[in-house]
Design a protein around this ligand. Structure first.
Ligand code: C2E
Ligand code: CA
Ligand code: CA
Length: 688
């Protein structure tokens, strides 16, 4: 109703209409009742006038008759004279009244009755005159007879006619009163009807107006609720020009702005702004909504990214990441998801891919990324590593999949193979790992970690000249847990930064104590990637050596090539610091990666440990023999001592001795042992 008028106007109109109806009603009633009372008063006036006049006519006719009667009894003429005068006066008054009555009642239906009265008055008048004449001519006595026979009956007839007139008038008035009563009743009904109509119209009007306000307000409330529930597609009804209309328009504007803001927030929350790819959060959600239950998760990482970033600046680093994202986009299939997690870590979810497909896709990605990237005219050669976890075979939970893919990625990096499948990388089961992390903290504070020492034998002197400290976890319920089951996990979770300082300190103290007891050994401890980037640890090691008064050359720190890869510059700075402090450094697991000796030769290291894979059956496998021999030869030229790891058999040890290896470490000499056993072993060694 009147959608374009304001609510205020609508209310004003409604109230105005109601008041007008009330006013008209009141006026009508007032006028009706006034007319009614006027008619009634007029009627009453008229009636009383008529009655008065009729009465007056009768009264004076009677008075005249009474005088006439007295005249009849008055014999002296002299005495009759005043009576004549009184008679004439009475008759004149009666006539005047009758005339007035005739005038007053002319308009009413009393003409017949009036004519009759007039006629009878004439009859009475004539008879009266005749009686008077008889009195004067023949004397009262003789007139008596005439009076009784003529005049008296004429008077009676006149009086009766006048009475009838009065009665007829009464009846007429009665009829008129009845008519007025009927009129009044009709008017009453009309007024009641009009009142009812006005009431109904008023109620309808109020209802319509209320509706015209309530309906759009309710619609607006619904819209507001929908917006609150995050549904921005709701249809906002187009309001008129009233207050509700402006409210709806404000609501529409508000929705627009909220939707924009939410889209912006969602973008910030879900999109990696550098590459425009989904971020980790979005990736996690996409995985939960994946239509398939099998597929592959690829975790990709650019080799030496932080070095490039540092050397060429963050702008180039950012452009590089965008370039990588561009190249990766090509590999996104219909329901696949590509995301950047952070820094140079990308994840690609291949839905419904089997292991072969995942592996070949990963290899294609590696090839695609190897093509030089042109950034601001600068040619960059890239290289990536990819870890692959398959679901559901490697796990169906994303956390586990990500961890497994990450382990595979690290393995790929360490071995410089480009792509590694999680299946091929050994790791403890998920529940085992989850309980481990909570327990590791307790383990450290309750001294559940212990170093085992594995002897290193000098192949020329056949003496134990060194040892490697290998950590073990004496778990209260699991027993002795090997490092392979918790060190990778400690590295991933960062807990390694608690373990290494503890172990290195322990090694320094043990070595210093043995030395005080006359046992001079060079003891190795293993450093992880993170340790090599931890400046505080580097300084702490140097300080602890000084505090324990152990010559730095009695400590050897073993590092893998991959530990140097992440941030080579910083790692190298720390290696230099350790080397210049006099600490020995060793390249661990040599040959398992792809590092060449030319790379090793620039490092401040003293020792190279040939990985077990080349040492095993070196005496019987010509290929292994060739590798070990050439490595030994080169190390000799570079001034590095060579340690052969994992020699188990006598034949292997003898081959190594014959081929110029410096040291051997393996079950063939001894297994890693607790401190006491180790000391006993060393003291007895060579005596047996
Ligand atoms: P790694 O540094 O290469 O240590 C040598 C591993 O080879 C040790 O395994 C050792 O017991 C094993 N081994 C030695 N001789 C033989 C042999 O003749 N045959 C066979 N089959 N194996 C032999 P372990 O103690 O299980 O340690 C595994 C890895 O855990 C280590 O490899 C090292 O990378 C890591 N690790 C051990 N202790 C620590 C530590 O305190 N800190 C860090 N960061 N890593 C550690
Ligand atoms: Ca080692
Ligand atoms: Ca090793």
């Amino acid at each position: 109703m009147l959608p374009d008028t304001s609510i205020r106007t609508r209310l004003a109109i409604a109230i105005g209409v109601l008041l007008l109806a009330l006013f008209i009603l009141a006026t009508l009633s007032f006028r009706g009742f006034q007319a009614l009372s006027d008619s009634t008063r007029e009627l009453v006036d008229q009636q009383s006038l008529h009655a008065f006049l009729a009465n007056r006519t009768n009264q004076h006719s009677q008075t005249a008759a009474r005088h006439l009667l007295r005249l009849l009894l008055t014999t002296e003429r002299e005495a009759r004279v005043p009576l004549y005068a009184a008679m004439d006066e009475a008759l004149a008054i009666g006539d005047q009244a009758l005339m007035q009555l005739e005038n007053a009642a002319r308009e009413e239906n009393l003409a017949g009755d009036l004519a009759e009265v007039r006629r009878l008055r004439t009859v009475f008048g004539d008879s009266f005159q005749a009686t008077v004449e008889l009195i004067e001519l023949s004397g009262p006595r003789s007139a008596q007879g005439h009076f009784e026979a003529q005049t008296e009956p004429a008077l009676k007839a006149l009086l009766a006619a006048t009475d009838r007139l009065a009665v007829a008038q009464q009846d007429a008035m009665q009829a008129e009163v009845e008519m007025l009563t009927t009129d009044a009743a009709a008017m009453q009904q009309r007024l009641v009807l009009i009142s009812v109509l006005a009431l109904v119209a008023g109620a309808a009007l109020a209802g319509l107006i209320a509706r015209s306000i309530v309906v759009p307000v309710n619609a607006a409330a619904n819209v507001a609720e929908s917006i609150a529930a995050g549904n921005y597609d709701v249809n906002i009804p187009l309001g008129g020009n009233d207050e509700v209309g402006s409210m709806l328009r404000a609501l529409a504007a508000m929705r627009e702005r909220i939707a924009q803001r939410e889209a912006h927030i969602t973008r910030l929350a879900y999109v990696d702004t550098l590459t425009d790819l989904p971020n980790r959060t979005r990736f996690v959600e996409s995985f939960a909504q994946l239509p398939t239950h099998s597929g592959a998760l690829l975790l990709l990482d650019i080799n030496r990214f932080s070095a490039i970033n540092k050397a060429l600046g963050h702008k180039v680093g950012d452009a590089l990441l965008r370039g990588v994202a561009e190249r990766l986009r090509v590999f996104i299939g219909e329901c696949d998801v590509l995301a950047r997690f952070w820094a140079d870590e990308f994840a690609l979810l291949l839905c419904s891919a089997d292991a072969d497909h995942a592996q070949s896709t990963a290899e294609e990605i590696c090839i695609a990324l190897r093509a030089p990237l042109d950034i601001n005219g600068q040619r960059l050669d890239l290289d990536a590593s990819i870890g692959i976890a398959m679901f559901p075979s490697d796990g169906s939970d994303l956390t586990i999949l990500l961890r497994r893919a990450d382990t595979a990625l690290r393995s790929a990096k360490r071995r410089h193979v480009g792509v590694a499948m999680a299946q091929a990388v050994k790791e403890p089961s998920a529940p085992e790992q989850l309980s481990l992390i909570g327990e590791m903290r307790v383990a450290l504070s309750e001294n559940q970690f212990v170093p085992f020492y594995q002897p290193k034998m000098n192949l020329r002197s056949r003496q134990i000249t060194g040892a490697e400290a290998l950590i073990r976890w004496r778990h209260p319920t699991r027993g002795l847990v090997p490092p392979g089951l918790f060190i990778p996990f400690a590295e991933q979770t960062g807990f390694i930064r608690e373990i290494t300082p503890w172990l290195v300190t322990r090694v320094i103290r043990d070595t210093a104590a043995w030395r005080r007891d006359g046992l001079d050994l060079v003891v190795s401890a293993n450093l992880s990637t993170y340790d090599l980037l931890n400046a505080e640890l580097i300084e702490d090691i140097i300080a602890t050596l000084a505090a324990e008064q152990l010559p730095p050359a009695s400590l050897c720190l073993e590092i893998t090539e991959s530990a140097l890869m992440d941030e080579p510059e910083l790692a190298l700075r720390h290696l230099d610091r350790l080397a210049s402090a006099g600490i020995k450094l060793s390249i661990d697991d040599y040959g398992s990666g792809q590092a060449s000796l030319s790379y090793v030769k620039d490092l401040p290291v003293n020792e190279l440990k040939i990985d077990r894979v080349f040492v095993t059956d070196v005496d019987t496998t010509p290929k292994n023999a060739a590798i070990v021999r050439s490595t030994t030869l080169l190390c000799r030229e570079l001034g590095l001592s060579v340690v052969a790891e994992g020699a188990e058999r006598e034949g292997e040890i003898e081959w190594l001795a014959a081929n110029d290896c410096d040291l051997v470490q393996g079950y063939g000499v001894a297994r890693p042992m607790p401190e006491d056993d180790f000391l006993a072993f060393v003291r007895n060694f060579g005596r047996a």
